[in-house]
Structures are given as structure tokens and as C-alpha cells.
Design a protein around this ligand. Structure first.
Ligand code: PLP
Length: 469
């Protein structure tokens, strides 16, 4: 390749280039010379040698100026370090969005993290330690979920999308499911109710109109082949104005009278009353159960504040059908997830959710405490040479919960510009810091962070913006 290109270079209008290029190449060090210059290696020799070869090939390819052995060794080390930087790593969430799906939604409570560590080894996930024989994977959560929701029975799967899929597959395959036109929604990440319905093997029957649906719309659509009514919570949007939809109790009554199932996809699913925190009131899981739904599904990692999981609660006969379905085996949660979920549910049972589950601690944080923390961080940053000031912001819950609801928050706005470069530096840090941009400035919103991480945040941001390059 190189030899073939030479004639064209000879005809280049810049005769200088022809002279300097081969000279620079001639001064590139040998691999052995680089190895000698590198000294002790902290990676296997073969790995280092191939990184050195890459650096030398690049230098040759772009006709780089003469490079000495030390510089090549340094570049090879940098190349290895870049490759070794994990793309999935710890993040300080300074976006002001409490449930950031891209950042793993709910951060777990310390009790849940401890439980995951304990469950990592051998654990009685499907073993009954009293009877000394095989046990039920779901058994561990049934008692807790019954206590917290009032439901007769429960099952846990990988996520709420799986819970909805399983409920439809188990209760409505090859039969019809009635859904209000206003509830044929996309949750995000390609989760569209009509698609999930189709994939489950059930047949969608739309009822009502986009803005108004009545019990009589459902009643007149019920036929021989109808298996269920599916109600889907409007998680990420709001419909206002000339709207109407029947309450849960009326749908439950209709379903019972006509011998079909009432499945309620609650989305987030909360055990606490969100209106206590200045937010719109979300229906709680127990309210949905009390209203008479046969099956209620919700996420483990939204407002519940636990691990990614899908929880199904409801009438014993219906839940038994779900558990017995072959899909259950494919959708079941692993032992570590179950352990974290159980520990999280125990915090609710013991009245410690608000004090110990990060999601609720973040939501419950008063703006005065956020202000105080922001001031202290801004002082530290400025003292470390990173000019910053406190600004007022509005934070959101996110993760398909409480659409359009905001909470007053505080952020530390950085003076450094340009914002895109500053944000990139913060994202490259370890832990990575993901900020928000407010009026063109990089800002660290404190709503979705915990006070115990403030010092780490200040240190990380100072180090990331102080270092050169
Ligand atoms: C979020 C959401 C889902 C999907 O839940 P995952 O746990 O993310 O799978 C399904 N339905 C509704 C209404 C939701 O809000």
C-alpha cells in the first residue's frame, strides 16, 4: 500500500511532505526499544506489545513527527487505560430527575444492597428450610405483598413489561382484550400496549374514544370471545379538558358480572401517598387492589424504589394461572433481585421507607436542605478553583411517574464554558457526573443525589475540571 502511494506523493504540489514523511518513519522506535523504555508493566506483556504496535502503526499511518520510545510507551498505556474504562460505571446523578431510566432508575436502599450481597452465594431461593425440601421462588414475597397491598396472592417477574405480557398471555391468549382508546399508549423504550397485546397472543378490541370512554362502551364490546378488560395507567402524559373514564370499581363490577378478568397496569405503583410531598396524588397499590382488580401489575424500580422487577398482585385464582404459565419460567427474577426486593418491601412494612429508600428521601428533601447543600458544594468548588453559584431549579420524578409534576430544587451552576465540553469532562470522571444544562450552563441539580455523596461530588467535579487536557 505504502509503496504504491509513493508515486502520487512524488507528484504532490508540496515537495517538503515527501522529504519529512520517510524521515519521521525512520525515527520511530522498535517495539523492543519501547518495551525497554516502558519499565515495569502492569498488564500482560502481550497486551502491552499489541498496544505499542497500534500506536506505532498510527504514527506510521499519519506520518507523525519523530516519537521517542518513552512517548510511545506512554501512548500505549493511555490506549490500554481507555479500553479498560468500563462503559457501564458508577454515576452521580446531577440531572435533577429522580427516576432516570438511562441511569438505572431507583438507586437501592442500603438494606437492599446488603441483602443482594448476602444472596450472591448459596441461598434458599427455591428451598424450604423448615420442611427441608423444594420450596417456591415466589413464596418469599407473597406475605409481604399481601400485608402491603391487601391482595390475596402475588408473583414477581423481571419488570412490569413482563408482568403485563404474562398476565395477557395467561388470561387472554387467542381471546379478546378490551382497552380504552385513550389508554393505547407507548411507555417508552418501544413498549407499546397494542404491540404487547399482539405479542401475548391476545386480540385487541378498542373501546371508547381518545378523550372519553364510558362503562357502557366496555359493556357493549363484551362478547363470546372476550377474556379481559385491560386498564393502563397514563404514566408519562396527561389528558385534560373534555375527558371521562369510568372508575376502577365500575370496571371491576362489570368484569365480575360478565365473568371476565380485570387487569390493571398501574405503571409505577406506589405504597406511599405522593400528595404528602407536594405532588399530584397517585393511586396506591392497595387502592387499586381494593377497587376490585383481578390482577394489578407495577414496576419494582419506579416509585417503589427497589430493583428492576415486575410485581403482580391480585386474586389467588388468577395469580395461580400466571404462575403456572410456561412464560413464567422465562420471566422469573434471579435470587439477587428477589433479595433486594424483599429487603425493600420490608422497609415499607416497618415504616422505614421514607427514611431509608433513596427515591423517597430524594422526593421528601425540603428545598431548604437542598439550598444548604448546594451552598456548601458551591463554596467547596469555588475554593478549589472551580467558580460556581447556586441557582433555583425545578426537578422532576421521571421514569414514567407523575408526568408534568415538578418539585422546587437547587443546583450548583458552573461558570466554566463551553457547556458541552465541561459536561463531557464531568461524564469522563470516575465516578461519572451527569449534570443538567440550565440556560446554557452546566448545573449540578441536587434533587436526585443524597447528602452522603456531596463530598464525593465536590471532589470529583473539582478534579475533573482542574486537570488539564
Ligand atoms: C413503566 C411502565 C411500564 C413498564 O414497566 P417496566 O418495569 O419498565 O418494564 C408498563 N406500563 C406502565 C403504565 C408503565 O408506566
Amino acid at each position: 500500500m505504502t509503496a504504491k502511494r509513493r508515486p502520487s506523493r512524488a507528484t504532490s504540489p508540496r515537495p517538503d511532505a515527501r522529504r519529512t514523511l520517510p524521515d519521521a518513519r525512520r525515527t520511530l522506535p522498535s517495539v523492543d526499544a519501547v518495551l525497554r523504555a516502558a519499565g515495569e508493566l502492569d498488564v500482560p506483556r502481550t497486551r502491552f506489545v499489541s498496544a505499542v504496535r497500534e500506536v506505532l502503526a498510527d504514527a506510521r499511518g499519519n506520518g507523525a513527527a519523530a516519537t521517542d520510545a518513552r512517548a510511545v510507551a506512554r501512548d500505549a498505556r493511555a490506549r490500554i487505560a481507555a479500553k479498560d474504562t468500563p462503559s457501564m460505571r458508577r454515576v452521580l446523578n446531577a440531572t435533577g430527575v429522580v427516576l432516570q431510566t438511562n441511569l438505572g432508575r431507583a438507586p437501592l436502599a442500603p438494606a437492599a444492597i446488603d441483602a443482594m450481597r448476602d444472596a450472591a452465594g448459596a441461598v434458599s431461593v427455591e428451598y424450604d428450610l423448615v420442611a427441608g425440601k423444594r420450596g417456591e421462588r415466589h413464596g418469599h414475597t407473597i406475605g409481604l405483598l399481601h400485608e402491603l397491598s391487601g391482595a390475596e396472592d402475588a408473583a414477581v417477574v423481571n419488570n412490569n413489561a413482563a408482568a403485563v405480557l404474562l398476565a395477557l398471555a395467561a388470561l387472554a391468549v387467542r381471546r379478546e382484550v378490551l382497552v380504552a382508546r385513550g389508554e393505547l399508549v407507548e411507555i417508552g423504550g418501544g413498549f407499546r400496549i397494542p404491540d404487547v397485546l399482539r405479542r401475548s397472543g391476545a386480540k385487541l378490541v378498542e373501546v371508547g374514544t381518545t378523550n372519553r370512554t364510558y362503562v357502557k362502551d366496555y359493556a357493549s364490546a363484551i362478547g363470546e370471545r372476550t377474556a379481559a378488560i385491560l386498564r393502563v395507567h397514563a404514566s408519562n402524559f396527561k389528558v385534560t379538558g373534555f375527558v371521562a373514564s369510568p372508575d376502577d370499581r365500575s370496571l371491576a363490577t362489570l368484569a365480575r358480572e360478565r365473568g371476565i378478568a380485570f387487569i390493571h397496569d398501574l405503571g409505577s405503583g406506589t405504597f406511599l401517598d405522593t400528595s404528602r410531598f407536594g405532588l399530584a396524588r397517585e393511586q396506591t397499590v392497595s387502592e387499586a387492589v381494593a377497587a376490585g382488580a383481578d390482577v394489578v401489575t407495577f414496576s419494582g424500580d419506579k416509585l417503589l424504589g427497589g430493583p428492576q422487577s415486575g410485581i403482580v398482585v391480585g386474586r389467588a385464582a388468577r395469580i395461580a394461572e400466571l404462575r403456572a404459565h410456561p412464560l413464567m419460567r422465562a420471566l422469573r427474577p434471579d435470587k439477587v433481585t428477589l433479595a433486594a426486593l424483599i429487603a425493600t418491601l420490608e422497609l415499607y412494612r416497618d415504616g422505614r421507607a421514607e427514611a431509608e429508600i433513596p427515591v423517597w428521601r430524594m422526593i421528601a428533601a425540603g428545598v431548604d436542605s437542598l439550598d444548604e447543600r448546594a451552598r456548601s458544594i458551591a463554596r467547596r468548588l469555588t475554593g478549589g478553583g472551580v467558580t460556581a453559584e447556586v441557582i433555583a431549579t425545578e426537578s422532576t420524578i421521571g421514569g414514567g411517574s407523575l408526568p408534568e409534576e415538578t418539585q422546587p430544587s437547587r443546583a450548583v451552576a458552573l461558570a466554566a464554558t463551553p457547556a458541552s465540553a465541561v459536561a463531557a469532562r464531568l461524564r469522563a470522571a470516575r465516578p461519572a457526573v451527569v449534570p443538567r444544562i440550565v440556560d446554557g450552563r452546566v448545573a449540578l441539580d441536587l434533587r436526585a443525589t443524597l447528602a452522603e455523596d456531596d463530598e464525593l461530588l465536590a471532589i470529583t467535579v473539582t478534579a475533573a475540571l482542574r486537570t488539564g487536557g
